[in-house]
Design a protein around this ligand. Structure first.
Ligand code: NAD
Length: 243
């Protein structure tokens, strides 16, 4: 039987690395993305041709929850796809100072990181196979508050709480739910930070470097395949808290 995984924000960064890690093991993929059509097409064709799996790239900006949830659900329904896992990975931030945060940006971050995955799951939970799972991308910033983005830290704490609260709601479906809390992963998200800030981060990590997307991707695969992980948030931070 074909194995299918849906990854939100699956065409770049961490999501793209998870997609590659799973494609190598023969998983077929539905990858959603917000706006970068070129990157999405590149991810789709590279993964399909390198690993011989079916890959769909679906533009579904979660700024409009109703529309993107319907779009994803229709895509699955029309193709009669049943999923082994959903990776709720697409996320947003706002780095404005506390005094300057606008309500619209606060809401945008909550919509992307918390509201969208809840309502996507509500709509498609019946398409996850028994024994399957959901994996959320949380963040170290949801555990160790820092001063860069209030909305981000609060929403990622909410994501971790969501994982634990969802466990019981997903029991009737025989679906597990877990989260990964990455520290600092070297994606576009981090690469755009000034060199001085990057050096500060490296100084705070016990391993002295950023995490490669491929390193964190393996943890998602483990959470999908190990059938006894449930309600866990796995921190992958290179020993950030120990230095
Ligand atoms: P990235 O910018 O490289 O990739 C983000 C992906 O999310 C893209 O594919 C993009 O299309 C998608 N996305 C963003 N906004 C979207 C929207 N409105 N609708 C649909 N898709 C959208 O970022 P990344 O570093 O790979 O981050 C992925 C996840 O990892 C996020 O949830 C982020 O909070 C989390 N995270 C990242 C780090 C890090 O250090 N990079 C650390 C902890 C957590």
């Amino acid at each position: 039987m074909e194995k299918w995984v849906l990854i939100t924000g699956g065409t770049k960064g961490i999501g793209r690395a998870v997609a590659e890690c799973l494609a190598k093991s023969g998983y077929q993929l539905v990858l959603t993305f917000a706006s970068d059509v070129e990157a999405a097409e590149r991810a789709r064709t590279e993964l399909a041709s390198h690993y011989g799996v079916e890959v769909h790239a679906l533009q579904a900006d979660n700024a409009d929850i109703t529309m993107s949830v319907e779009l994803i659900n229709r895509h699955l329904e029309e193709r009669q796809l049943y999923l082994d896992a959903i990776i709720m990975n697409a996320g947003q931030t706002c780095r404005d100072a506390f005094e300057e945060i606008r309500w619209e940006d606060w809401e945008r971050v909550f919509r992307a990181n918390v509201h969208f995955p809840v309502f996507l799951l509500q709509r498609v939970v019946g398409r996850i196979r028994k024994g399957g799972s959901v994996v959320f991308t949380g963040s170290l910033m949801g555990i160790e508050p820092h001063s860069v983005s209030l909305a981000y830290g609060v929403t990622k704490s909410a994501v971790h709480s969501l994982v634990r609260n969802l466990v019981k709601f997903l029991v009737p479906y025989e679906v597990r739910v877990n989260g990964v809390a990455p520290g600092f992963v070297d994606t576009e998200w981090q690469k755009t930070k000034p060199a001085e800030i990057r050096r500060n981060i490296e100084r705070k990590v016990a391993l002295g470097r950023f995490c490669e997307p491929e390193e964190v991707a393996e943890v998602y695969k483990m959470l999908i395949e190990n059938k006894y992980f449930n309600g866990e948030i796995v921190v992958v931070d290179g020993g950030y808290s120990y230095k």
